[in-house]
Design a binder for this molecule. Structure first.
Ligand code: 4AD
Ligand code: MG
Length: 429
């Protein structure tokens, strides 16, 4: 008999089916054993009647996370936790597990993080990983449907993209190299070759602070578009975020329910355009709300929370002072102290989802910026070439995968939005 997955049960009601998985939880009423099975796709209740004495005996001896194959008849049952139930006729024990360390009760975050390799089996953690999968697949489908070419950037790189303070150094056969902070510079080259490009890859930042919103290794989806200006860039970002949201609400409703996500606030985001304000307007708004910042200061978590709270939907913050952003950003023609960049801040305190900008296309200006930012010229020679040969206005952005997952799933901590998080002081398991 071909095994089916728990999510396929509704198509097999009344039939004898085979499910392969693990025991998540068990209770007994004396005459009936209630087993909660998981198979990676979801959870399902299975029952064993005392009258089936061989199976009943196996069930009695089972402990959490024992692996098994079960055969039985599937039926709808309103009393069962997921609405379906399997009456087991036969068992095959694959492995009897003993003393599984994570019982379905409260453990501290340190303990759970040390057991991350097992913790991911818990229903909420598994739901988060399925949400992550859907977000990543959504990103691929979105760009593929629009004719973008997926093209990869290297991880071992000779130069900084996003400032020199968070670089991870690597000894490259005696030369100094770094783990990539962003694939952007290489995407600018492939965009000049292919027009519209994107990639999804890891990014590394030696973040010295321990926050809920920072990992030292995270994943980013980056896009780069030849002949796109700042406005077109923001428009595309808004379409991407709305596409992802709509897709997740539809395809992963069960997971969002498991995660107890209030989806009304997400639905609301779909119904109206994102807010857009300038950096100067943001400072005014923050001062009114009792959180004054100096011109040129970056937002911290409290500021992002207030902005999210104020707009109740994602908000683009545009036109920041050039000095606080990266070297490659195109100055605002109306005020060259500012850059044509925008950060997209999520509502509900989930922080910055996207950083994007129009890129400098003029050779001399880019040369000047490298000097101003005190960056060595040599590792960027190839990047300057892009401005020598057929330079065009172009723009791009990077959206944080874990930040997007955290927002959509309602996860308070980024460490739960990636299978094996890397943080300051954490590289195990
Ligand atoms: O704003 P960032 O630094 O932008 C760039 O790296 C650009 N080069 C991207 C581009 O234009 N192609 O990072 C982009 C996004 C942030 O908005 C945030 O969502 C995420 O990446 N991010 C992090 N996520 C987790 N942990 C960290 N330490 C992160 N740093 C940035
Ligand atoms: Mg940023």
């Amino acid at each position: 008999m071909q095994p089916i997955r728990i999510t396929e049960i509704p198509q097999h009601l009344g039939e004898e089916v085979l499910i392969q998985g693990w025991l998540y939880h068990k209770r007994s009423s004396g005459a009936i054993q209630f087993l909660l099975l998981r198979d990676g796709s979801g959870l399902m209740q299975a029952i064993v009647l005392k009258s089936n004495s061989a199976a009943f005996q196996v069930a009695e001896g089972l402990a959490q996370e024992s692996s098994l194959r079960v055969w039985g008849q599937a039926r709808a049952d309103k009393r069962a936790p997921t609405g379906y139930e399997l009456e087991i006729s036969r068992f095959e024990l694959v492995q009897l597990a003993h003393d599984y360390p994570i019982a379905p009760k409260e453990h501290g975050p340190g303990f759970l993080m040390d057991h991350r390799h097992l913790w991911i089996r818990s229903p909420k953690q598994a739901a988060l990983l399925r949400v992550r999968h859907e977000v990543l697949q959504g990103m691929r489908d979105f760009f593929h449907q629009r004719g973008f070419i997926a093209t990869e950037s290297p991880i071992l790189t000779p130069a900084a993209v996003e400032g020199t303070t968070t670089l991870f150094p690597v000894d490259y056969f005696g030369d100094q190299a770094y783990l990539s902070q962003s694939g952007q510079l290489y995407l600018e080259a492939t965009a000049a070759a292919l027009g519209l490009v994107y990639w999804i890859g890891p990014a590394f930042r030696a973040e010295q602070s321990k926050t809920r919103k920072h990992l030292t290794e995270f994943w980013m989806c980056e896009a780069e578009m030849a002949f796109y200006d700042h406005q077109m860039n923001m428009q595309l970002q808004e379409e991407l975020v709305k596409y992802l949201l709509e897709r997740l609400l539809k395809q992963r409703a069960a997971e969002l329910e498991t995660l107890e996500r209030n989806t009304a606030s997400l639905q609301k985001v779909l119904s109206e355009p994102f807010a857009r304000i300038t950096y100067a307007e943001a400072l005014e708004l923050l001062a009114e709300q009792g959180l004054p910042l100096e011109w040129g200061d970056d937002f911290g978590a409290p500021h992002e929370e207030v902005l999210g709270q104020h707009f109740q939907r994602p908000v683009f913050i545009e036109k920041m002072p050039a000095a606080m952003k990266a070297f490659y950003m195109e100055p605002d023609p109306q005020n060259p102290e500012l850059v044509l960049a925008a950060d997209l801040i999520a509502p509900e305190g989930y922080g910055e989802l996207i950083g994007g900008s129009q890129r400098i296309s003029d050779l001399e200006m880019l040369e000047r910026k490298l000097q101003e930012f005190q960056l060595p010229r040599e590792p960027y020679e190839w990047y300057l070439d892009l401005r020598r040969y057929g330079s065009v206005p172009h723009s791009g952005f990077g959206i944080g995968v874990e930040r997007t997952v955290a927002w959509i799933a309602g996860a308070k901590h980024l460490r739960e939005c990636i299978p094996f998080p890397r943080q300051l002081h954490r590289i195990y398991p």
